[in-house]
Design a protein around this ligand. Structure first.
Ligand SMILES: [Fe+2]
Ligand SMILES: [Fe+2]
Length: 469
């Protein structure tokens, strides 16, 4: 088990004290990170005590501490999961070779790019969510938001450690850039499109953490397979934190669904907007939006980069070792969705080139689990959610130049325009949702559009003072 130096200026289990140059470099990045946090992190509550969990070890049991801390004093650190002895590359051209502890020279540029793109999403989401603290539906939710935010901050630390430790001068420059790009900034935007849209309200936040953070889960899970062992171990530990973000999304949407169903029954109507709730149709449209935007994050159906990353052993498939094929895919083929002759169909592709699509399908299967759970609640009022067709509302890949309806039909521009108000949130709906957002700061009290959670955090009651005011 790796020893965790929890009292160091930068808590870590990578023996930072044994590498003075690296330690100095990271200690000079640290104050700039805190400055960034204060400037672009949550717009309020920076001086309040928040009930947060902090990573203190990486073992199965008890890796986290819970306690009240002020966010700028959060103990952000560097944690790698324990090394697996005699670990070997499990896919691609180097299958069976010992994993690499240093960056192979010929893969350096690709690997740096992967780390930078992943790293950029972490501070981006903090920036996107910074105003949400003004309108939290409860103190419990406010605390969960801050937990997600500080952990995205720690994920940034995870990637910055890799850049500083393994990529020399250009790695340090990239680490600096990660603090300079700004979500939504016209001149210095974040790298990926979905991370430049603000998260305007808590309904969007719940759907974002369900769908968009889940893209993060799948990217991390495929990087955990990497033959570059430090990246694999970093992502392995990040996934433990990411599980909480999935939880916030799944239970957040679930609580909204519950409240919607309760209001429908209480008032015996589908239209509960006048009673301060969110209609099922509106929820479906938010779902359609966040799901389709998140599908784009996986990239085009076929991609030379994806094939190269896999062949080189940099990025595997989701749960690579559980798959019973040769893990090289040199001659394997598969079909990918596309548009042919004006209708949705498939085309044949090399399995290696189609790895983005393979990951996207695994992601969709995972998304469906939450939808099924929400549908059990909706069954009470005879309703259900559906995930739209993979071609719906896409801006990346084969479908980007087509209008595809949620049920998978290719439409003319005119028919699309008629359908859109039924499929994506309308301005009026967004306005209604925003109008429901009011900051509730009384312990245990919930906003009227969302049900209370079934339990509190770390065995605390729901009316615990998760944020001290
Ligand atoms: Fe993250
Ligand atoms: Fe996350």
């Amino acid at each position: 088990m790796t020893v965790v130096d929890i009292d160091a200026k930068i808590p870590n289990n990578v023996d930072l004290a044994g590498d003075r140059r690296l330690q100095r470099a990271l200690e000079s990045w640290q104050p700039r990170f805190v400055e960034w946090w204060k400037e672009l992190g949550p717009v309020r509550y920076q001086d309040n005590d928040v009930f947060l969990r902090t990573a203190v070890s990486v073992g199965q049991e008890g890796w986290a501490n819970f306690g009240h801390v002020k966010m700028p004093d959060y103990r952000w650190g560097i944690f790698l999961a324990d090394a697996e002895p005699d670990r070997r590359v499990s896919f691609g051209d180097h299958i069976g070779e010992p994993v690499w502890q240093e960056v192979p020279g010929e893969l350096r540029a690709e690997l740096r790019r992967l780390v930078v793109v992943q790293g950029d999403t972490e501070p981006a989401s903090v920036e996107q969510q910074r105003a949400l603290c003004l309108t939290a539906p409860s103190l419990y939710d406010l605390r969960n938001l801050f937990q997600v935010n500080v952990e995205e901050g720690r994920h940034l630390w995870a990637m910055v450690y890799l850049l500083h430790r393994y990529f020399g001068r250009d790695g340090r420059d990239e680490a600096d850039e990660l603090l300079l790009r700004r979500s939504g900034d016209a001149d210095k935007p974040r790298i990926l499109g979905a991370f430049n849209e603000p998260t305007p309200d808590w309904l969007s936040f719940f759907f974002f953490t369900y769908f968009t953070d889940r893209d993060g889960k799948f990217q991390l899970a495929s990087l955990r397979e990497s033959g570059f062992d430090p990246l694999s171990r970093t992502c392995d530990f990040m996934l433990k934190e990411e599980a909480h973000h999935m939880f916030v999304g799944a239970t957040g949407v679930g609580r909204v669904v519950q409240r919607t169903v309760d209001l429908m029954k209480e008032h015996d109507t589908d239209d509960i907007a006048p009673y301060g709730g969110v209609n099922v149709d509106t929820l479906q449209r938010y779902l359609n939006f966040h799901y389709s935007v998140s599908l784009d994050l996986f990239g085009a159906e076929t991609s030379t980069n994806a094939a190269n990353y896999f062949a080189a052993g940099l990025k595997g498939r989701f749960q690579e070792e559980k798959r019973d094929d040769d893990h090289r895919l040199l001659d394997a083929r598969r079909s990918v969705p596309t548009v042919t002759d004006g209708e949705v169909g498939v085309r044949d592709a090399a399995a290696l080139a189609a790895l983005n699509e393979t990951l996207r399908e695994d992601y969709t299967a995972d998304c469906r689990k939450g939808v099924d759970r929400w549908n059990r609640t909706l069954a009470d009022v005879g309703r259900e959610f559906r995930l739209p067709h993979t071609g719906f509302n896409r801006n990346v890949g084969d479908f980007r130049s087509y209008n595809v309806s949620p049920d998978g039909h290719v439409l003319s521009d005119a028919d699309w325009a008629v359908g859109v108000p039924h499929w994506l949130p309308t301005d009026a709906e967004r306005t209604h949702v925003v109008s429901l957002m009011s900051g509730i700061t009384e312990p245990g009290k919930m906003a009227g559009w969302v049900a209370a959670p079934s339990t509190g955090i770390n065995q605390r009651p729901i009316d615990f003072d998760y944020v001290k005011l």
